[in-house]
Design a protein around this ligand. Sequence first.
Ligand code: SF4
Length: 341
Amino acid sequence: MNERIADPARRVLGGQLLDKRALRDLVAQAADNPFDLLYWASRIREAHFANKVHLCSIVAGKLGGCGEDCKWCAQSAASAPGAAGPQRLGLDQIVAAARDAAKLGAGCLGIVNSGRAPSRRDIDDVAAACDAIRHDDTARNLNLCASLGQLTEPQAARLASAGVRRYNHNLETSRRHFPNVVTTHTYDDRLRTAAVVRAAGLQLCCGCLFGLGETWDDRIDLALTLRDTVRPDVVPLNFLHPVPATPLGGAAPLSPIEILTIIAIFRLAMPATRLKVAGGREVNLRDMQSWIFHAGATGCLIGNYLTTSGRPPREDLQMIADLGFEVAEPTDTRKTRWAAR
Ligand code: SF4
C-alpha cells in the first residue's frame, strides 16, 4: 500500500479536504499505483453513498444548428456548415422519452437543447413538458432537468416554477484551458449562469469534459473551482468521444486507466458530491466500464447520448446488479451535504 496515497485518503475519510498540492501529489503517486488510488476512492464513495447508484437519461429537445464554436461539439454550425438549422422534438416524443427513462429506473430526465441561450419558445416547451410529465402515470415521479445554455434570472425563475428540479450547465475545463476550446463565450459567462441557477433555487449539475488536450493541473483546478466556488449538487464527468467533423475529431483518446484515475481524483477532491459518468463511457472504457463505481462514481447516464448511441440499457442494469449496487429511487435527490466539508 502506497502511504502517500493512503495518508491523504485517510484524512479525507476523516472529513478533511485536500488542497491543490495534495491532489497533485496523489496524481503523481497514482501514475505507478493507480489501483491503490481506486481502492481509497471506492472506500470514500462507500462512506458517503453506500451502494446506491443514480441513473439519468437525456433527450435532445433541440438538436444542431448552434452558433457557438465549442471545438468538441457536433452540434456547432462551425462543424457542420450548410446543415439544416436546429431540429426540435415534439412534446409527445419528450413524454415518450420520459416514460422510457422511468421504466429503466432513471431518477431524472434531462431535456438538452443546442444553442447559446434559450428563446422564449424553448422555455415554454420545457414548461409544457414538465406539465405533461407530471400528469403522466408512468413518468410522474421523474425529476425533470434542463440544459438550455445561458440563463437570465427570469428564465431560471420560470423554469423553477414550472417544476424543473435541476439545471445542467458545465464549465467543461479549467479557466486557463477554456479559451483554447471555446471562443464565442467565456468562462465567466458559464460561471454566471451557474450562479443564476443556484439563486433561483434550482439544483445545479455542473461538470467537466476531459480529453480536450487539458493537463492534470487543468483537471485539478477544475475540481477545486467546482468544489470551492460553484458547489454543484451533481458533477457530470464526460470523456471526449471524438466526432470526425469537429476540430477535435482527431484528438487522441484517453486510456481507461487515465479515465478511472480522473474519476478517483475527483472523488478524493470532493468526497461528498455526486459524480455522474456521462458521455464517452462506452467508447473510451470498453470492458472497464464497471470500474467507474469503484473509482468513485455514484451514477451514470443510461440510454443514448445526444449525437451518439449508448449501449443497451439492460447491459447497464445487469452491470449494476452484478456489482452489488442498487439503483436509487427517483425521489432520492438529496442535495450535496456541504456540511461534510
Ligand atoms: S453551446 Fe452547446 S450545442 Fe452549442 S456548440 Fe457549444 S456545446 Fe455544442
